[in-house]
Design a protein around this ligand. Structure first.
Ligand SMILES: [Zn+2]
Length: 416
């Protein structure tokens, strides 16, 4: 009889591993069964000739039964990391690329600092109160669907045993060159990688670009809702998560994200995420060659804390989500641009100490609002064509802190 149960448990193990349950879930189910075998096992006389029903999509995604004694640590915090390309750096790989060596070093740093990399499904289960996570947990996300996520990042992540999430925009998939293919995404799915949605065309959702004969609303619905359906149909999965292109959204975008049924939507605003953080604005720390301090802050686990369930400041959604304006590396055509940044990641600043410098121009008078951590300034004179660096400096707890970003100004006549 003992042998019989052992066999059944083994078979159950094989069955569940086939359906990509995480080892922890499997272990939990196995231990539950050991304690109290389900009805079907207690009655071996049940007809066995009937084939077991093939699990539908619904059964596959139904969360594991919650053990009665689970205590969810609601004080745990999560940092989400965002990467893009993982390629040997060249002149053309850009600011968002990370070399494979450095990427591996980041993964090693997480390990050395005792930060626990968790899966997206565990993160979502924690949010639902069904599963606990370590006090300092990490989500790894790789955006856009570059093939380097598959052939370079994946082996490194495998080596560390880290789960991760791949956010893809559907228009780019399978277009050759550096794009990932649907077959490769299928393989990632089979290996337990979470596949999330990053729209169809990767355009800032605050700036709709409808096709001819299409309204802004139709375009937004395609980008946010249809994109999810495309991924679900092509991969036979439930696509539970969304990432805003450039981290940008507004109140209507949030409504559509809700209508689409996403369980979490991610911005590009680095912060520690708490249990009560709004599901549709989960911040992420982005790797940027020019701003290594952002990731350093993520690893130190001492950045700003997500503002719980506070309603969003919808009058200023851009400022609340974007790191800078103009964006890092952006080319602009306005010769007197508004320079704006959310300085929350720098810590609690002495408002009187906040200053802004623009390369080639000098100090520009600025406004700093301690309530929103937003600094804003506008050059008094039109800019001349060229590259600019904005430097913001301030004092936080007596220490000088600084942040920088770059943009390019090209007069309209040149770009048209
Ligand atoms: Zn992206």
């Amino acid at each position: 009889m003992k042998k019989f149960f052992a066999m059944l448990i083994l078979l159950a193990g094989v069955f569940f591993s086939l359906y990509k349950w995480s080892p922890q879930t499997l272990e939990r189910i196995q231990s539950l069964w050991k304690e109290k075998p389900p009805l079907a096992i207690q009655m071996p006389s049940l007809p066995t000739a009937e084939p077991a029903p093939k699990p539908s999509l619904e059964t596959k995604i139904t969360p594991a039964p919650r053990p009665a004694n689970v205590t969810v640590d609601k004080t745990a915090q999560v940092i989400a990391l965002m990467y893009h390309r993982v390629e040997p750096a060249t002149n053309t790989t850009g600011a968002l690329n990370i070399s494979p060596e450095l990427f591996e070093q980041h993964m090693q740093t997480l390990k050395e600092r005792g930060l626990a990399v968790i899966s997206m499904q565990d993160f979502l289960a924690w949010r639902r109160g069904e599963k606990t996570i370590p006090p300092r947990s990490v989500l790894i996300t790789i955006d856009d669907g570059y093939v380097s996520a598959f052939d370079t990042a994946r082996p490194i992540l495998k080596k560390f045993g880290y789960p991760w999430t791949c956010f893809v925009y559907t228009k780019f998939i399978g277009t050759g060159g550096k794009s990932i293919s649907w077959e490769q995404l299928g393989q990632l799915r089979d290996e337990g990688v979470e596949i999330g949605c990053h729209t169809i065309s990767h355009i800032n959702l605050r700036d709709p670009r409808p096709k001819a004969g299409e309204t802004n609303e139709q375009w937004l619905r395609e980008e946010i809702i249809n994109s999810k359906q495309i991924i679900e149909q092509r991969l036979g999965i439930k696509c539970a998560t969304f990432a805003y292109p450039e981290g940008r959204y507004n109140s209507h975008v949030l409504e559509l994200v809700k209508e689409a049924g996403y369980a979490a939507a991610f911005t590009a605003y680095g912060q520690r995420v708490t249990h009560g953080a709004p599901y549709d604005r989960i911040g992420r720390y982005a790797w940027n060659v020019r701003r290594p301090q952002d990731m350093a802050q993520a690893f130190a686990f001492n950045g700003p804390i997500e503002a719980g369930n506070e309603p969003p400041d919808l009058s200023e959604p851009a400022a609340a989500t974007s790191i800078t304006q103009p964006l890092e590396g952006e080319t602009i055509t306005n010769d007197r641009p508004i320079l704006k940044a959310n300085l929350a990641t720098l810590g609690v600043l002495d408002p009187a100490s906040v200053g802004l410098r623009l390369s080639g121009v000098g100090i520009i008078p600025c406004k700093y609002d301690p309530a929103t951590s937003i600094i804003e300034a506008r050059p008094g004179q039109p800019l001349t064509a060229g590259d600019y660096t904005v430097t913001v400096s301030a004092k936080a707890a007596g220490k000088r802190v600084e942040t920088q970003w770059r943009f390019k100004f090209e007069p309209t006549s040149k770009t048209q």
